[in-house]
Design a protein around this ligand. Structure first.
Ligand SMILES: [Cu+2]
Length: 209
């Protein structure tokens, strides 16, 4: 009769331990136990990923998303504002040149994202109009706006500097960033009307074609 309590204790210990053992077995060692920390859902992104931040964004279709929604294919990203008369149209032009230089198979596996640093004027409707005027394909292009603090945070992560002047226009960095499918910065191009060749090569490598 003495065996019963002992067995019960052993059974209880085994029952307690088994989920842990199971979790450990399932954990790939190079994943920093991301799968074992349900309290941290963002742990699935690496510490180099700009997707690890929980900021909320709105698309030009009015849909609420987190940046992690862009995961899964490399993204060509730039920050801009729709009222820009000079630099931003050229940035978008450079992105469209990259888009055009990809093969159809590559193009299907790459996304293009424009993030406004002028959320006051660039409402979802204004961004939708920008998409229409610039003919930005819905299956590839994502246009985003967010609250100023979140825009600032993303700009800091990308190394984009911007400043609004008295007339409401923005002075800003001219920067195109290539992210891999996990949101890590792979390459950045500074300036306007640059040679897009290296971006295209990097993207081709990322999509494995
Ligand atoms: Cu601009």
């Amino acid at each position: 009769m003495k065996a019963s309590p002992t067995l019960a204790v052993i059974a209880a210990v085994l029952a307690l331990n088994s989920p842990l053992l199971l979790a450990r077995e399932l954990c790939p060692t190079n994943h920093q136990h991301a799968c074992c920390s349900p309290a941290e859902p963002t742990a699935a992104f690496t510490d180099k990923s700009i997707y690890q931040f929980g900021s909320r964004w709105t698309t030009d279709a009015g849909k609420q998303i987190k940046l992690g929604a862009l995961r899964g294919r490399p993204q060509v990203v730039a920050m801009f504002f729709a009222n820009c008369q000079y630099a931003c149209p050229l940035i978008v032009n450079d992105m469209q040149r990259i888009e055009a230089a990809l093969t159809p198979a590559q193009r299907a596996r790459v996304g293009f994202t424009l993030v406004t640093f002028d959320p006051k004027r660039d409402t979802a409707e204004a961004l939708a109009e920008y998409r229409r005027v610039r003919n930005l394909a819905a299956e590839r292009w994502t246009l985003l706006r967010a609250e100023p603090d979140d825009v600032q945070e993303l700009a800091a992560l990308l190394g984009v500097r911007y400043k609004q002047d008295a007339r409401g226009q923005f002075a800003h960095s001219n920067l195109i960033t290539v992210l891999n499918a996990d949101g890590e910065i792979v390459r950045q191009q500074v300036g306007l009307i640059q040679d897009i060749g290296e971006n295209v090569r990097v993207l081709a490598k990322l999509v494995g074609h």
